[in-house]
Design a protein around this ligand. Structure first.
Ligand code: FAD
Length: 628
C-alpha cells in the first residue's frame, strides 16, 4: 500500500501581530507571519505510518504540496519525518488559485506520482488534514477525490480492526465506522492522536540529496496558457479584519456574588427574550427557470436544525431573486420529512433514493445532485456545512465546474456592474482572524456551504403547498459500507444548551473535576432546571477530563448555549472558533493576559479551586434555588 500525503504550508495564525496588517488595503501581509506545515497534515502523515503497518510489504510515502518556492523547506521537513519522496508544485502562474484550481492541478500531479513513484500501482491512499488552518474550507480533498473519481472517508480520528482495518470518524451524535476496502481512496484526518517528529539527520540528508522534486505546469504536461485566474471559480472581493460574530462585553468582575447574579441575569434575559416569528408565505412563483436550490439533511425522522436554517435563508434569497425554492434530499421516501420541507417554504422537493441494496456513497449522492443541477439550472445552491454536506457540495461543485464558498456566515444579493443580481458570500478565514467577501467567477451557478447557528429558522406553516418528486438513483460507482454507531447518542454534547460548563488544562486533576467542577454543574441545575454538560478544550480531552465528543472548538463542536462558562481555558483561536454563537460567555482564569478574556462578556481573574466551590455554595444555599 502506497500513500500520498497532501501537505500545505500555512501562516502561523496563533497570534497575529498588528504589523502583519496592511490597514490601507485591508489585507494581511502573509509574508510577515511565520509559516509552518498545516498541523493536521502532520497528523495525516502519522496516520499513514500507522495504517501502513496493517498492510504487508514496503510502502512508499510521497508528500505533495503546492505553493511558492520557499515551501520547499516544509517538504524537507516532511522527508525528515518519514516521507520517502516529496514533490513541490510551484509555478508563478498558479498563485492565488482557489480550491477548484488547486484540486485540478493536484489531480494531475497525483496521476504523475502514481506513474513515476508507484509504477502505476493503484493500491494507494491519499491522506490529508481535514482542513488547513488558514483557509479552513475543507474543500480541496473532496474536490480532488471528485477529479480522480475516488471515494472520501472524512474526519478520521481513530483506527480499529475487525477483519479489515476500520476508520472511526466522530460526528455530532454518532461515530461513523468505515472499513477500508476500496482503493484508491482519500482519507482526511482530524484529531488523530499519534505524532511524528523530524530527525535532524534525515533533514540534512534530504537537503543534501535534494530529494524534493519541483514540478511546474510544463512538467505536469498541462497547456502552458493555464493560469489560476482562468481556472478559479471564486474571487475574493474584500477582506476585513476580524469581527466578533457577537461582540463581547469584556467586563471584569471581582466577587462571587456578582458572578452569581450575572449568571442568573444572563440566563433569564435570554430565556425570556421573544424571537420574532417569520414564515415563508405561499406565493405565486414568477419563474421556475433558475431556482434557488438547497441540499437538505435529516436525522432521526426530522430535518437537522442546520437544514432548517439554510432552507429559511435560501427562501429569503429566492424571494429576492423572485424565483422558486427547491430542496434536494436523500431520504428513503420519508413523507414526514418531505412535508417538513414544504411547510418550511420549499416549492419543490426532489427526493433522491437509492435502489434496494444499493450502497450509499458520497460519489453516488453528488452524482445525483450534479445531474439535478444540470437539469434545473439553479442560480444558487446552498449546502449545510456538515461533514456530509461539505463533501457533497465540494464534489458537486467540481463536477459542475462551479464556484463554491465554504462555511458562509452571511449571504447578500447585490447588483453587479452589469446590473445582474449576484450573491456575495461572506466567510471567516485564518482561524476567524479575518472576514472575506467572495463572489463567484467563471460560473453561472453560485454555491455555498453555510455554517450552523448563523441564520434564523422560518416557522413551518402546515398545509403549505408544494411539489414532491422521487428520483431513483442507481449505483454505478464504487460504494463503501458505512456503519453508524449511535451508542454515543446518549452521551453527546448538544449544539443548543442552556448552560455549558467548559474546562481546560488549568484544572489540576481528575479529582478536581469530580470534587469541584461536577458539584458546580449540579448547583447550576438547581437554578436552571437541567444539568449543564461538562465540555472542554482539546487539552482537557487529552488529559482525560472530558470525552472526545465533548470537545469544543475547530476540531470539536461548535456550540450555542445561553451561557458558556469557561474554567481554566486559555482561549486559543481553535477553541474560540467553537463558541462564536454562544450567548453570554463567562471566563475564570488566573492569567490576566489570557486571550479567552478578549472573547468573554464577563471574566474573573481567580484560581478556580477557590472561586468555584464558593459559587457552588452560593447556588446550593439559595433558598429560591429551584427556579425551573
Ligand atoms: P492551555 O492553553 O494550557 O490553558 C490553560 C489555562 O488555564 C491557562 O490560560 C492558565 O492561565 C489557566 N489556569 C491555570 N491554572 C489555573 C487555575 N488554578 N485557575 C484558573 N485558571 C488556571 N483546542 C480546542 O480547545 N478545541 C479544538 O477544537 C482545537 N482544535 C485544534 C486544531 C488544530 C489544528 C490545532 C493545531 C490545535 C487545536 N486546538 C484545539 C488546541 C489549541 O490550540 C490549544 O492548545 C488548546 O485549546 C489549549 O487548551 P487549554 O486552554 O485547555 O490549555
Amino acid at each position: 500500500m502506497n500513500f500520498i500525503i497532501l501537505a500545505k504550508e500555512v501562516p502561523d495564525i496563533t497570534f497575529i501581530n498588528p504589523l502583519s496588517w496592511d490597514h490601507e488595503k485591508g489585507v494581511l501581509k502573509r509574508g510577515k507571519l511565520p509559516s509552518r506545515i498545516n498541523p493536521l497534515d502532520i497528523k495525516a502523515l502519522a496516520f499513514a505510518k500507522d495504517i501502513s503497518s496493517y498492510y504487508p510489504g514496503k510502502s512508499v510515502i510521497a508528500a505533495l504540496s503546492m505553493g511558492p518556492e520557499k515551501c520547499i523547506n516544509s517538504l524537507y521537513r516532511l522527508s525528515a519525518m518519514g516521507c520517502d519522496r516529496a514533490v513541490l508544485v510551484s509555478d508563478n502562474r498558479l498563485g492565488g488559485a482557489d480550491t477548484y484550481a488547486t484540486s485540478y492541478i493536484l489531480s494531475h500531479s497525483i496521476l504523475k506520482i502514481i506513474n513515476n513513484f508507484f509504477s502505476g500501482n493503484s493500491e494507494f491512499m491519499i491522506v490529508s488534514g481535514m482542513h488547513s488552518s488558514d483557509g479552513d474550507t475543507a474543500q480541496v480533498p473532496p474536490q480532488l477525490a471528485q477529479a480522480l473519481g475516488i471515494p472520501v472517508i472524512s474526519n478520521v480520528s481513530g483506527i480499529t480492526q475487525n477483519n479489515t482495518p476500520e476508520l472511526l470518524s466522530y460526528e455530532q451524535d454518532f461515530c461513523r465506522i468505515t472499513p477500508l476496502v476500496k482503493f484508491p481512496c482519500l482519507v482526511t484526518v482530524s484529531d488523530y492522536s499519534a505524532v511524528v517528529y523530524p530527525s535532524f539527520k534525515k533533514m540534512r540528508m534530504a537537503e543534501l540529496n535534494k530529494t524534493v522534486e519541483k514540478w511546474d505546469i510544463e512538467i505536469l504536461g498541462l497547456k502552458n496558457n493555464i493560469t489560476s485566474r482562468l481556472l478559479s471559480r471564486t474571487s475574493v472581493k474584500k477582506i476585513y479584519q476580524k469581527q466578533n460574530d457577537i461582540p463581547r462585553k469584556k467586563i471584569e468582575i471581582s466577587s462571587t456574588e456578582e458572578l452569581k447574579s450575572i449568571i442568573e441575569k444572563s440566563f433569564l434575559e435570554i430565556k425570556e427574550s421573544v424571537q420574532p416569528i417569520e414564515i415563508r408565505k405561499q406565493t405565486e412563483i414568477k419563474s421556475d427557470r433558475y431556482p434557488v436550490c438547497v441540499f437538505a439533511e435529516a436525522e432521526n425522522n426530522s430535518l437537522t436544525s442546520l437544514t432548517r436554517q439554510i432552507v429559511s435563508e435560501a427562501g429569503r434569497i429566492a424571494d429576492k431573486l423572485e424565483s422558486s425554492l427547491t430542496a434536494v434530499i436523500c431520504s428513503n421516501r420519508n413523507e414526514n420529512i418531505l412535508n417538513q420541507l414544504i411547510n418550511l417554504g420549499c416549492d419543490r422537493v426532489l427526493n433522491i433514493y437509492p435502489e434496494p441494496d444499493c450502497l450509499y456513497s458520497d460519489i453516488l449522492i453528488s452524482d445525483a445532485v450534479s445531474k439535478i443541477a444540470e437539469k434545473r439550472n439553479p442560480s444558487v445552491f446552498l449546502f449545510p456545512a456538515s461533514p456530509e454536506g461539505r463533501i457533497v457540495a465540494s464534489r458537486t461543485a467540481y463536477s459542475l465546474k462551479a464556484g463554491l464558498t465554504a462555511d458562509c456566515t452571511a449571504l447578500k444579493i447585490v447588483n453587479d456592474n452589469e446590473n445582474k443580481k449576484i450573491m456575495v458570500q461572506t466567510r471567516p478565514a485564518l482561524g476567524g482572524n479575518i472576514t472575506a467577501d467572495i463572489v463567484t467567477v467563471n460560473s453561472f451557478l453560485q454555491m455555498a456551504t453555510v455554517r450552523a447557528g448563523v441564520f434564523s429558522e422560518f416557522m413551518p406553516l402546515s398545509g403549505r403547498e408544494g411539489i414532491i418528486e422521487h428520483i431513483e438513483i442507481k449505483n454505478n460507482f464504487p460504494g463503501i459500507h458505512v456503519r453508524k454507531d449511535y451508542s454515543a447518542l446518549l452521551n453527546y454534547l448538544p449544539e443548543k444548551n442552556d448552560i455549558i460548563v467548559s474546562i481546560g488544562a488549568g484544572i489540576k486533576s481528575r479529582k478536581d473535576v469530580e470534587k469541584i467542577i461536577k458539584p458546580f454543574a449540579f448547583s447550576l441545575k438547581l437554578f436552571s432546571g437541567t444539568l449543564p454538560p461538562i465540555a472542554g478544550s482539546r487539552k482537557a480531552v487529552e488529559k482525560g477530563y472530558v470525552e472526545r465528543n465533548f470537545q469544543v472548538g475547530q476540531t470539536g463542536k461548535s456550540v450555542s448555549p445561553v451561557i458558556y462558562i469557561s474554567i481554566g481555558i486559555s482561549g486559543a483561536v481553535q477553541h474560540i472558533a467553537g463558541i462564536k454563537n454562544a450567548g453570554t460567555v463567562i471566563s475564570i482564569n488566573t492569567d490576566r493576559s489570557a486571550p479567552v478574556f478578549e472573547n468573554s462578556d464577563y471574566f474573573i481573574i481567580a484560581d478556580y479551586s477557590k472561586i468555584v466551590p464558593e459559587i457552588t455554595q452560593l447556588f446550593m444555599k439559595d433558598p429560591d434555588a429551584v427556579y425551573a
